[in-house]
Design a protein around this ligand. Structure first.
Ligand code: DC
Length: 221
């Protein structure tokens, strides 16, 4: 069984996917964390994000693993747990940039398909229903207004103790949305057979409820 959840940044995809994975015993695959790990490594190694070939080679020679640890799901890059480093605004922007590189996408999509091939999965990202898992049994395109998504992300970062400014979060999100939906390779868009769910005006808790009910009704049908 494969469940694909796509949508723009801050729509609540990961919170919902984690919840469903736990409820249903599925493996959750956070594909954004993989692009973030590559963005993080490029920043750390001072690789020019516009040098597609360098970033592509670096991604190919990187070892990326998702593992369950005491803190929930963690992402390992070349054997080191980088989970706590990949959620900063700088890494978000770097992830968006490296994700536009075709070679990087091919490397990570191969890895994502490999994991999905041997497990019941719920996978979230931008191109899961369109490219990574075109035959997924359930496809959801989750969205909400940019203002609502920015507010959720702002509260999430603040809760983690980060210094944040709502306007800056909103602007970053709008830039990333634009980049992610206008790139040539696998741009963010709803698959033709996806169910589009707009959670504008709902809190994250309410939207989790909406999606959980939808997925359960589809799985039971
Ligand atoms: O879901 P996220 O915000 O953690 O993703 C970080 C960036 O990675 C996002 O701006 C676009 C990119 N991404 C992608 O291109 N394809 C995916 N399947 C997942 C993420």
């Amino acid at each position: 069984m494969q469940i694909a959840i796509d949508g723009p940044a801050g729509a609540g995809k990961s919170t919902i996917s984690k919840f469903i994975a736990q409820e249903m015993g599925y493996l959750y695959i956070d594909t954004g964390a993989m692009y973030r790990a590559i963005g993080y490594k490029a920043l750390k190694e001072n690789i020019d994000l516009d040098d597609n070939q360098k970033v592509d080679e670096m991604a190919k020679s990187s070892d990326i693993e998702l593992k369950i640890t005491d803190h929930g799901q963690s992402i390992f890059l070349d054997g080191a747990d980088v989970t706590s480093h990949i959620r900063t605004p700088e890494v978000s922007m770097a992830a968006s940039k490296v994700s536009a590189i075709g070679g990087v996408r091919r490397t990570l999509v191969d890895l994502q398909r490999k994991i999905a091939g041997i497990n019941n999965v719920i996978m979230d990202g931008r191109d899961i229903g369109t490219v990574v898992l075109p035959d997924a049994e359930i496809k959801i395109f989750l969205t909400a207004s940019a203002e609502d998504r920015a507010m959720r992300r702002y509260l999430e970062l603040k809760e983690k103790g980060m210094e944040v400014n709502y306007q800056a979060v909103l602007e970053d999100m709008e830039t990333r949305d634009y980049n992610d939906s206008h790139r040539a390779e696998s741009p963010l868009k709803a698959a033709d057979d996806a169910t589009v769910i707009d959670t504008s005006g709902q809190t994250l808790g309410e939207s989790v409820q909406t999606i959980v009910e939808f997925i359960k009704s589809r799985v039971e049908a």
